[in-house]
Design a protein around this ligand. Structure first.
Ligand SMILES: *[C@@H]1O[C@H](CO)[C@@H](O)[C@H](O)[C@H]1NC(C)=O
Ligand SMILES: *[C@@H]1O[C@H](CO)[C@@H](O)[C@H](O)[C@H]1NC(C)=O
Ligand SMILES: *[C@@H]1O[C@H](CO)[C@@H](O)[C@H](O)[C@H]1NC(C)=O
Ligand SMILES: *[C@@H]1O[C@H](CO)[C@@H](O)[C@H](O)[C@H]1NC(C)=O
Ligand SMILES: *[C@@H]1O[C@H](CO)[C@@H](O)[C@H](O)[C@H]1NC(C)=O
Length: 440
């Protein structure tokens, strides 16, 4: 029945369109709409905010228009964007970006907090370099509108914001997220990629995956296609095409803001080689001395498996180690990784391979923000994922404490971080952190 299938086609089209209804790009500090070089439609912010002042700066290098306008809040402790339409009960990713651009001529990038949907708090340490910073949260909004608020932390440091992006995720993704919880992004890395940031259209959910800045020993997949449905979180195929592999890998840069925080770490694995009958790649992974995923990880060829762990970090410098099983003939590998702090944590959760988290009730997270250094570190990008070209590293610089013990109606997890390079960096940033170290 040609007609019936045509109607089905129409229906599935409208479903696709509907499921993207919550995608919105707010160009803060602008009152008009525009379409950018990547065909993203930006809307002005006047429908979402009533306080603050707008400003612009003249970038010294090519910078996306949306990042050269900003809204800043010279008065008040809290200022909010609200009435941002979302699908009630649907999982969203909200990304805020901060490009200071010395708009106020003070040459002093402020620190402040951002709070998503009234309860998921992140600390933002902005930078004077054009690379800018971002903050990102995944959560299920309480109503059909969500909000993004900015909290002044220091008297002389005015919060500001350059852009707010809302992306609708599939509800089958990130099932380790509890109903009232928020995942506050710390790190999202594609291993074996040395240049381009990955985002949409390569990632249909427009997550931003940072490449690894060092020239690493990489493996490239021989599979003609990689079926990503084996991993609930649906990592994009492009990040599964490359892997980083070596004997006894250990990463010391998978950092959390302070100990005692409840975190969620998830790793993605895809076997790049067609293994001969006498070849075997099996290993296990530990983070903070706890096992991530099952005791035997065997990456599938042309497919993907994810391994995750929800737990409360116990050591101040947790690290991630990979160990081959005794009968494995090949070294461990990793394709991609995501690390989040869980706000409003409802419990430890489990170390399961995919869904079925559960977890007994407890009060994880929270705690006073003790000082820590910024994680991540920027990396060279050359456009690919739709950002403008850049030539240097950037990102990581140290941040000061997030300031615990805030009172008020919020029950939040506080943290701060730096990750990723946003825009062109003229000179490599001295703060760039070495991302990968070898165990031996
Ligand atoms: C730009 O986006 C619009 C709607 O979002 C779409 O109809 C159009 O085909 C896109 N153009 C290109 C060149 O991708
Ligand atoms: C969102 O906020 C607007 C403005 O306050 C209101 O008119 C609308 O009903 C709200 N939508 C939902 C779904 O709550
Ligand atoms: C992809 O993998 C899933 C299981 O993970 C399977 O059900 C599905 O049939 C696969 N799709 C293709 C096109 O092979
Ligand atoms: C992982 O989960 C299993 C089953 O719940 C449990 O027996 C094991 O102790 C857990 N391992 C870690 C390191 O938490
Ligand atoms: C996490 O779980 C372990 C054992 O499952 C328990 O001993 C610990 O107290 C829990 N931590 C929190 C913060 O709930």
């Amino acid at each position: 029945m040609a007609q019936a299938s045509f109607i089905c086609l129409l229906l599935s089209f409208s479903i696709i369109i509907l499921s993207n209804a919550a995608d919105i790009n707010i160009d803060c500090g602008s009152s008009s709409s525009h379409v950018d070089a990547d065909n993203r439609t930006w809307v002005g912010d006047t429908g979402f905010v009533t306080t603050g002042l707008t400003s612009t700066f003249k970038p010294i290098v090519t910078t996306a228009e949306s990042l050269t306008t900003l809204r800043y809040f010279p008065t008040g402790e809290t200022n909010c964007y609200s009435n941002i339409p979302v699908d009630k009960g649907g999982k969203v990713l909200v990304r805020t970006r901060f490009n200071y651009g010395n708009y106020d001529g003070e040459n002093k990038a402020p620190k402040f907090d951002v709070v998503y949907d009234g309860k998921h708090r992140d600390s933002v340490v902005t930078v004077t370099s054009i690379s800018g910073t971002r903050s990102e949260a995944i959560y299920i909004p309480e109503s059909g509108n969500t909000s993004v608020c900015f909290f002044r932390m220091f008297l002389n440091e005015n919060p500001f914001v350059s852009t707010i992006e809302i992306r609708r995720l599939d509800d089958s993704m990130y099932t380790d997220l509890g109903p009232k919880e928020g995942f506050i992004l710390q790190q999202r890395t594609a291993y074996g990629r040395v240049q381009d940031l990955v985002r949409s259209p390569f990632d249909p959910y427009d997550r931003i995956w940072a490449p690894t800045p060092l020239s690493t020993v990489t493996l490239t997949s021989a599979a003609t296609s990689i079926n990503t449905s084996g991993a609930d979180n649906r990592p994009p195929e492009i990040v599964l095409r490359t892997a980083w592999s070596r004997e006894d890998m250990a990463f010391y840069d998978i950092k959390l803001p302070f100990s005692g925080v409840t975190f969620y770490i998830v790793l993605y694995f895809s076997e790049p080689l067609t293994l001969a009958s006498d070849q075997k790649r099996t290993f296990y992974v530990n983070y903070d001395n706890k096992q991530v995923g099952p005791s035997v990880i065997a990456p599938p060829f042309g497919a993907v498996t994810q391994a995750s762990l929800r737990a409360v970090v116990t050591t101040s410098l947790p690290y991630l180690t990979f160990k081959a099983k005794p009968d494995s003939t090949l070294n461990p590998l990793i394709n991609a990784l995501e690390l989040y702090v869980i706000s409003n944590s409802a419990g430890n959760g489990t170390n399961s391979t995919s869904s079925g988290s559960g977890g007994s009730p407890s009060t994880g997270g929270g705690g006073g923000g003790s000082p820590s250094t910024g994680g991540g570190g920027g990396s060279p990008t050359t456009g690919g994922g739709g950002e403008s070209p850049s030539t240097g590293g950037g990102g990581g610089s140290s941040g000061s404490g997030g300031g615990g013990g805030k009172s008020g109606p919020l029950t939040t997890t506080i943290n701060h971080h730096h990750y990723g390079s946003e825009q062109t960096v003229i000179a490599p940033n001295a703060d760039t952190v070495t991302q990968i170290q070898n165990a031996k």
